[in-house]
Ligand binder design. Structure first.
Ligand SMILES: C[S@@+](CC[C@H](N)C(=O)[O-])C[C@H]1O[C@@H](n2cnc3c(N)ncnc32)[C@H](O)[C@@H]1O
Length: 199
């Protein structure tokens, strides 16, 4: 069985080259998705599986205080690059299945391009629910289609697990089973987005 340590080692090895692999079109999609969420400038936001900070600049355009943005990632090397680029936000090296945050600490939890790598996907959703405030939202999104993602994962060498992404409707169902209300479950040939409300 794959362990979080193996996942961490895999992304540690990928870190230096990571940003080179991100297309401009993916940044545009991430920016648009974030702008359309309707975040408030005083909201507290958690970026899970933040990597090298793909979405950080878009969050900084909306959130007044950088300290209200927290990035968590299990890979020290990915996080080090994020910290170098964005020294003023909070960064935590840790596992999304057991996060070192208080209950109800965040208004938003954003998960960009990371969900398939989480070993216990239901456990992750449950842990996010704990850390979200009432009326907080979990947004799980991808800056490419599920089909493209599967193709990339099939070709990737050494990827440490099956790395599966359920359909948007299946994910919405998983989130509903953990008590979320579905706000959006959409996927097309460019992106993927599921939003759940903790009410
Ligand atoms: C495909 S990358 C996406 C990075 C970034 N969000 C982006 O879109 O460029 C997945 C990230 O999730 C992180 N990750 C995987 N499993 C994790 C876990 N259990 N806890 C925290 N981070 C994890 C990896 O280290 C990696 O940085």
């Amino acid at each position: 069985m794959t362990t979080c340590q193996e996942v961490s080692r895999y992304f540690d090895a990928m870190a230096v080259e990571w940003d080179k692999g991100i297309k401009e079109s993916e940044k545009d999609i991430a920016c648009k998705i974030i702008q359309e969420l309707g975040m408030g400038s005083k909201d507290h936001v958690l970026d899970v599986g933040a990597g090298t900070g793909l979405i950080t600049p878009f969050l900084l355009q909306i959130i007044d205080c950088p300290q209200n943005i927290t990035a968590i990632d299990i890979s020290p090397n990915m996080l080090l690059l994020l910290k170098t680029k964005f020294p003023h936000i909070n960064t935590i090296q840790g596992d999304v299945h057991q996060m070192p945050f208080h209950d109800k600490q965040f208004d938003w939890v954003l998960c960009c391009n990371a969900f398939p790598h989480f070993i216990d996907q239901m456990g992750f959703i449950q842990e996010v629910r704990r850390a979200l405030a009432v009326n907080g939202k979990l947004v799980i999104f991808h800056t490419l289609s599920r089909c493209e993602l599967e193709c990339i994962h099939r070709k990737a060498h050494g990827i440490p697990q099956k790395a599966s992404l359920p359909s948007a409707l299946e994910l919405a169902d998983m989130m509903e089973r953990q008590g979320f209300k579905t706000i959006c479950a959409h996927e097309d040939n460019q992106h993927y987005k599921v939003i759940g409300l903790k009410d």
